[in-house]
Design a protein around this ligand. Structure first.
Ligand code: ADP
Ligand code: ASP
Ligand code: MG
Length: 428
């Protein structure tokens, strides 16, 4: 029997996503269940997307490598997708015990249709009829994050952090008012709060800035989830699953107020650099090499080509890839060596530090300051790339944390720094 809080036909729908730490043990899972129920009792229809518990995805990955040096990607997806199913089934049980009716769905049952690129599939459609039907029946719907079913009817996963993208895609498909991402920090900060204790929580961030932050290592939101939210006009509220209070709202540029010069320092320590030696200086070579890498789904980030110093010498091309892609890159390059370049050198311990800020567009001198700060710290910059609102430097992996702290301090981004809405140049 529906109680007085039974949602009306026009009640708003909210999507709530809980990350791995937020459902890591029985107490946390029950706490998530209570928050979901509270939201429902406030008169909302609720879809919750859950991640695998704690380090489950890492443990499953280790299991695969215990039995195979190069696990088959299709089978890897069958394996990895189980983690989020466990969370959802358990949470449904906990919600039922709180007197509500819940139903857990796998990605496939929830209608998440993806392409066929196993272990990093892209969502191409969400056929949300079953979710909508369950909501009509006054159920709380739990959707297993990070997974879908491919156009070839195989189980796929969406890449690390992919539950964020499931949540946003479901929010778009059911027309949710808001996609709430509950995580183990209170929002999006001016730097990873685990590295910079003084980092400041940002009340709002534009899609433009959040895209650059996610692309450069701020893993608090998966890059694709931000792309999806921008493309489908979904508002994200990233907040703590352990405490109440507002987190960070990600919204369109037109809705944000003043643009600060610099919003955040981001980093990644999971990069590898590959250098192709003895590349003949002929048109078409780079196109063929990078097409082959793209066909193998290797994510190439920064590319630098050193031109030959004389007419008969040869060029070198260096580029960075996520360390997890190095094996796939090696497979491709082994097949091309000899023909398109003489040899390959690898440096697996690289990192990237970046500064992001929409206000940078109209203020020269930011790059110079970044280089000067790193120089004073004695940190060697090995590669550089820029966008209108980001400057990234490839440095040694072991120097990344020091670089993040010194840039955060030099640009005065800490909790004691200028307010976000303060226009650049105005007195603090
Ligand atoms: P979840 O399991 O909830 O998806 P993640 O581990 O994927 O959580 O993302 C949250 C983590 O992101 C935080 O614990 C934090 O260490 C890290 N992080 C990195 N950069 C930032 C940032 N700029 N703001 C907030 N968190 C960040
Ligand atoms: N469980 C997956 C991971 O650890 C997906 C996610 O948590 O978003 O990457
Ligand atoms: Mg995550």
């Amino acid at each position: 029997m529906p109680g007085p809080d039974f949602p009306e036909a026009d009640s708003p729908t909210v999507v709530m996503k809980f990350g791995g730490t937020s459902v890591a043990d029985a107490d946390r899972l029950k706490r998530a269940a209570r928050r979901i129920v509270e939201k429902r009792e406030q008169g909302n229809r609720v879809v919750a997307v859950l991640s695998a518990r704690g380090a489950t995805t890492d443990e499953l990955t280790e299991m695969a490598f215990e039995v195979s040096p190069d696990p088959d990607p299709r089978e890897m997806d069958m394996l990895l997708s189980t983690g989020e199913r466990i969370s959802c089934a358990l949470c449904a049980m906990a919600i039922n015990d709180l007197g509500h009716r819940a139903i857990s769905l796998t990605g496939s049952q929830a209608g998440i249709v993806t392409d066929t690129s196993h272990t990093k599939a892209r969502i191409i459609d969400v056929r949300a009829d079953r979710i909508k039907r369950a909501l009509e029946e006054d159920r709380i719907v739990l959707v297993a994050g990070f997974q879908g079913v491919s156009t070839a009817a195989d189980v796929t996963t969406l890449g690390r952090g992919g539950s964020d993208t499931t949540a946003v895609a479901v929010a778009a498909a059911v027309g949710a008012e808001m996609c709430e991402i509950y995580t183990d920090v209170p929002g999006v900060f001016s730097a990873d709060p685990r590295i910079v204790p003084d980092a400041r929580k940002l009340a709002i961030v534009s899609f433009e800035e959040m895209l650059e932050m996610a692309a450069s290592g701020a893993r608090v939101l998966q890059l694709r989830s931000v792309e999806y939210a921008r493309n489908h006009g979904v508002r994200i509220h990233c907040r703590s699953s352990f405490e109440d209070g507002p987190g960070t709202v990600v919204l369109s540029e037109s809705e944000t107020m003043e643009q600060p010069l610099i919003t955040a320092v981001t980093h990644s320590t999971a990069e590898a650099r590959i250098t192709l030696l003895g590349v003949p200086d002929r048109p078409g070579i780079a196109g063929r090499i990078f097409s082959a890498l793209a066909d193998a789904h290797v994510l190439v980030d920064m590319i630098v080509q050193n031109e030959p110093v004389s007419r008969d010498s040869q060029a070198e091309i260096s580029f960075t890839v996520p360390r997890s892609d190095i094996r796939a890159a090696r497979g491709v390059l082994d097949g091309l060596a000899g023909d398109m370049f003489a040899g390959v050198a690898e440096d697996p311990e690289m990192g990237v530090v970046s500064i992001v800020g929409a206000g940078m567009k109209s203020h020269p001198g930011v790059a110079a300051k970044v280089f000067a700060v790193l120089g004073e710290e004695g940190i060697n910059i090995e590669m550089i790339s820029t966008s209108p609102i980001k400057i990234s430097c490839v440095i040694r992996g072991g120097e990344v944390e020091r670089a993040v702290r010194s840039l955060h301090e030099a640009f005065d981004l800490g909790a004691g720094g200028v307010e976000r809405e303060q226009p650049f140049g105005a007195p603090a």
